[in-house]
Design a protein around this ligand. Sequence first.
Ligand SMILES: [Zn+2]
Length: 396
Amino acid sequence: MHKIPITFYLIFLLSTINNVVRSSKEENIYTKSYENYIIMRVIPSSMEKINLLNNIYFNFSNVYFLRAPSKVGQFVDVMLPKEKYITFLKILSLYETKYIIKTKNVQQLIDDEKHKINSLNHNNIYLSKKINKNKNKFNIKQYHSYEEIYDWSYEITTKYNNICSIENIGQTYENRSMIVIKIASNTNQKNKKNKKAIWIDGGIHAREWISPATILYIIYELISKYDSNQEIKELVDKYNWYFIPVINPDGYEYSRNTDRFWRKNRNGCKTLNNKKKHPKMNKKGYHQGDCCGTDLNRNWNWAWGTTGISKNRCSDIYLGFYPFSEQETANVKKFMEITMLNLHFYLSLHSYSQILLLPWSHDKSKYLDDERDLRIVAKKAVNALKIKYGTNYRKK
Ligand SMILES: [Zn+2]
């Protein structure tokens, strides 16, 4: 038997087992367990191996790619349940692909993380007035629920209203309010209208909790040190800063309460939970199946649907029905169009790869006109991070 038919059969096996797992109604009711899920680090040494991994990545939702295939020699992190492990190993050995086991039981990591969060001591805390009154504390170095983030954001904008304001930019699929926090000073009145804008968003991928936490930290640094730190004062005076700490609040909450590895938004999930009839295929021929949610980071209109996407709704990289089909991305689009930001810098924070991605990542042969400038800024950022934390970033 040739390699390709065997591979096809093995990949089919991966997919079949997945259907059995996904048909379990329990997933929608109970917190999803990752007991005996394994994380493997695979190192593809040829384009053939990259293509094999991409085939699984783009077409199957049962194998989680925590770090997606990129180029030869760059490792790929794959998470899968124990029962699919043997099949996956057979595929890897057929292609003589090297791998190492990183974790044998992912649930243990989740439990450890929970334990660590619960036992974090509450020193070094910013105490907001209202929260303080309720005898709760908001620790800037802790992970918080969306409700806590929302309340804190309103409180700090009241407290620091000389440089900080907040706007509700629309509702999510599950009717949560999305907020944009603006930090800008009134100095330099002459150039007020021409001030360049900086946009930083976080939490577009639900499970990447460090991203919203980092944004809250940046916000707090800017507002609390404005009066005492000259460098920060200059940054706030010079630019208009816009932050969305959590661009995907529904997914974020779901990752906190039900499925730690949830990545997408929650579009369509209510329909599934209500057990209403759900079409298997929409007009454009995209699969719906028993799955829901869209990868918001695949739902923008630039080169929509061209690379790094899946049309399978069960996939973690499902692209949505059309560009801005999701309330969350549509809200951001509307806000930007109405506010007419004089936008000069857009940064979206993710975890956990150490990559600083520059546009356009859908096509490596296409560059922006100011590609040179971007590279200079990127190099400065990467060097600064290396000095501070010793972190190495790779070029992609
Ligand atoms: Zn991400």
